[in-house]
Design a protein. Structure first.
Length: 190
């Protein structure tokens, strides 16, 4: 994703001063702002796959962030979730199915880096699925057709080029030196 990417970001926080600030910091994305948990779920229902990343406050009146997170996972929305909260992490977070945990106060650079990282993970998972599909086709053709026929096939040559292109794209998508990013990817692939 580029700095002016297409990521849809849902900001969920009961403090309008916070959401106003986050919205300004994330103006290069497609930010949507809500102020409570019920509104968050309704927005996800309405926007569907246009939301790639949810920035979720943990403590809100009514339906809190933990409940919203549980609903997101139960309903299987295709988005990544970062808890952006003043609550210091403790062992209670072990069972929570978020993708990142950022403790407030947070600055604009950290918020943008969080969105960028979560969106990249989404793109990586999609690319990896595509890569496995292409490789399976390649293996099936090599198993069933003679090598001489494959060498003369334009379709097979295009398939091999596409595999190489996706492989290069995968290599450029993930920062394998970032331990947290690799952990999240492995969990996603599980």
């Amino acid at each position: 994703m580029s700095a002016t990417g297409d990521a849809g970001v849902l900001v969920v926080d009961d403090e309008s001063e916070v959401t106003d600030l986050y919205e300004r910091w994330l103006d290069e994305y497609d930010p949507h702002v809500v102020h409570d948990g019920d509104e968050a779920i309704a927005t996800l229902d309405r926007l569907g796959d246009r939301v790639d990343v949810v920035l979720l406050d943990r403590k809100m009146p009514g339906r809190n962030g933990e409940d919203v997170l549980a609903a997101i996972r139960e309903r299987e929305y295709d988005c990544r979730v970062a808890m952006i909260t003043a609550v210091k992490p403790d062992y209670d977070i072990v069972e929570m199915e978020f993708d990142d945990y950022v403790t407030k106060p947070v600055d604009g650079e950290t918020l943008r880096e969080t969105v960028e990282s979560l969106y990249r993970r989404t793109q990586y998972a999609e690319l990896l699925t595509r890569y496995y599909s292409l490789v399976a086709k390649h293996a099936s053709l090599r198993e069933e057709l003679p090598a001489s026929e494959l060498r003369g096939s334009e379709e097979f040559a295009r398939l091999e080029l596409e595999i190489e292109h996706v492989r290069e794209e995968l290599a450029g998508t993930v920062d394998f030196d970032d331990h947290r990013e690799v952990q999240h990817l492995l969990r996603e692939l599980d």
